[in-house]
Ligand binder design. Structure first.
Ligand SMILES: Nc1nc2c(c(=O)[nH]1)N(C=O)[C@@H](CNc1ccc(C(=O)N[C@@H](CCC(=O)O)C(=O)O)cc1)CN2
Ligand SMILES: Nc1nc2c(ncn2[C@@H]2O[C@H](COP(=O)(O)OP(=O)(O)OP(=O)(O)O)[C@@H](O)[C@H]2O)c(=O)[nH]1
Ligand SMILES: [Mg+2]
Length: 462
């Protein structure tokens, strides 16, 4: 990727719409736009101020392609930091393609995935973690994932990491300076201050690393497995939660043979519901595979909804009680919701009996919808939204998480070094290594492979 090229791409999604926007960025963006755009007032684009909009025609020689609005951004004052031109045209597929082709003939090349944002990073408009947040923001589909992405894009996390890195860098330089004066036995780096800084960094890193567990689920949705015997109404509950006929429901036990997943937003938080094949002994190979997968899904889930048939409970009381205990013991760390379904078939007295037999029970009729809202509210209680409400920095990106784990490892070595009275030159090596991992997060340290990996996952035109 050379930055001397002028790149072009649609900024709006493929397909026809009222308006479509295409974007040019690079040193020839304004010249190329001038060669295809003719303003109604006859003004030359190159003479116009940055951040101005102009009405005119897009023409291929004498052929008018569209009437369009053109916005110019002059470097360094643009999203990418380069000269940028945006063309808002009528959103016909044909017009979009014609203008793109025209730009290519005039000297642009097609942008690669994420190349506009890559350029913004390379030109210092944002750091790497902010650039990654742009992709997260576009992908966000709930209030929670949106808030996390916006926060990261605005640089809260970056500035926290950068500040630590700068303070550490400061000490590294002082310690290294001491090495130059080895004979004189001077200490430029105040050891008490240094120890304080290392403790602070350890503390901050640990907090950020811990926040990833929350961040990851808030970003990707909290996995909730719906489990129970065949025919208890798992798929009916999934459909009720999703408010659509997503899973096939029938009175034949073993209807769901594979796992079905779908996401819904409850109270601004995404939940990924996983409907599983009912657990039972079976000789059916396909159903057996589905049941194996059920156990895997329980392992991955953060919340398990265990459903049983309230009507059957009347006759199989002890069996259900054993089963519930088994699940509780098998998954002690999971948030477990015990749900008695099909309560519409029970009399009030039978319901009371049921409730006194099993503590902490949720009553449900997946068929009528009774109790569904209560389950939704209960799910929200399982989510630790404290950090989100308090606007604390929450790590959502596994690349950042990895880098911080490695940085912490190095910082722990530094601490051990201090404790063991290690010499400055050896301390400096571990400090430099920690600095390296800090730098990877915000992109002070990067390479083509790392950047390639990150931006290849963007959409074209971003
Ligand atoms: N039409 C349009 N809408 C868009 C974008 C865009 O590029 N074009 N964005 C793209 O993702 C987002 C907005 N982000 C932007 C960020 C910076 C600048 C910009 O021109 N920055 C200059 C000037 C700042 C100023 O006016 O003070 C700069 O940083 O120097 C533009 C858009 C969302 N909406
Ligand atoms: N009366 C009543 N019937 C229900 C209720 N929920 C589900 N059913 C019925 O129970 C039968 C089984 O429902 P499903 O949702 O397919 O059960 P499942 O647990 O997904 O079953 P498998 O996929 O076979 O494991 C269907 O006939 C549903 O209509 C309920 O709350 N009340
Ligand atoms: Mg089912």
């Amino acid at each position: 990727m050379t930055q001397t090229d002028t790149i072009v791409a649609m900024a709006t999604p493929a397909g026809s719409g009222a308006i479509a926007v295409l974007r040019l960025s690079g040193q020839d963006a304004i010249a190329i736009a001038s060669s295809i755009f003719f303003s109604v007032s006859g003004k030359q684009l190159s003479n116009q101020k940055s951040h101005t909009v102009h009405l005119g025609q897009i023409k291929d020689s004498e052929r008018v392609i569209d009437e369009a609005l053109v916005t110019i951004f002059k470097n360094p004052n643009s999203y990418t930091g380069e000269d940028v031109v945006e063309i808002s045209c009528h959103g016909s597929n044909y017009i979009q393609q014609e203008i793109i082709q025209l730009c290519l003939r005039k000297g642009c090349r097609m942008a690669q995935a994420g190349e506009f944002t890559l350029r913004a990073f390379l030109n210092g408009k944002m750091d790497l973690s902010q650039a990654e947040a742009v992709a997260d923001l576009i992908a966000s589909d709930s209030a929670a994932s949106h808030q996390l992405a916006i926060q990261q894009m605005r640089g809260g996390f970056s500035s926290e990491i950068k500040k630590l890195r700068e303070e550490l860098l400061n000490f590294a330089s002082l310690i290294e300076l001491e090495l130059d004066f080895a004979e004189e036995d001077v200490e430029f780096a105040n050891r008490v201050e240094f120890q304080k800084l290392i403790s602070k960094i350890t503390q901050v890193l640990k907090r950020l690393i811990d926040s990833f567990a929350t961040g990851n689920v808030l970003k990707n949705g909290i996995p909730v497995a719906i489990v129970g015997e065949p025919n208890v109404g798992k798929s009916t509950l999934l459909n009720a939660l999703l408010n659509e006929e997503r899973a096939i429901v029938s009175d034949i036990a073993g209807t769901t043979r594979d796992t079905i997943e779908d996401e819904i937003i409850i109270g601004g938080i995404g939940f990924r519901f996983i409907d599983t094949a009912g657990i039972r002994e079976t000789v059916d190979v396909i159903e057996g595979l589905g049941i194996q997968k059920t156990f895997q899904k329980i392992d991955q889930a953060q919340v398990v909804i265990y459903l049983f048939d309230a009507e059957k409970f009347k006759v199989q009381r002890s069996k259900f009680k054993v089963e519930i205990e088994t699940i509780k013991n098998k998954y002690p760390s999971k948030n477990l919701l015990i749900v008695a379904n099909k309560v519409d078939k029970l009399s009030n007295e039978e319901i009371e009996n049921l409730q006194s037999a099993i503590g902490n029970l949720h009553l449900l009729s997946a068929k009528t919808g009774q109790g569904v809202e209560k389950i939704q509210n209960k799910l929200l209680e399982f989510v630790n939204t404290g950090a989100l409400r308090n606007n604390e920095t929450i790590v959502t990106n596994s690349r950042h998480y990895d880098a911080m784990l490695k940085a912490l490892e190095e910082i722990i070595k530094v601490q051990e070094g201090i404790d063991n009275g290690l010499s400055g030159d050896l301390l400096a090596i571990d400090i430099r290594q920690a600095l390296y991992y800090f730098g990877e997060i915000t992109g002070e340290i990067s390479n083509d492979e790392l950047l390639g990996n990150i931006f290849a996952n963007f959409c074209i035109g971003k």
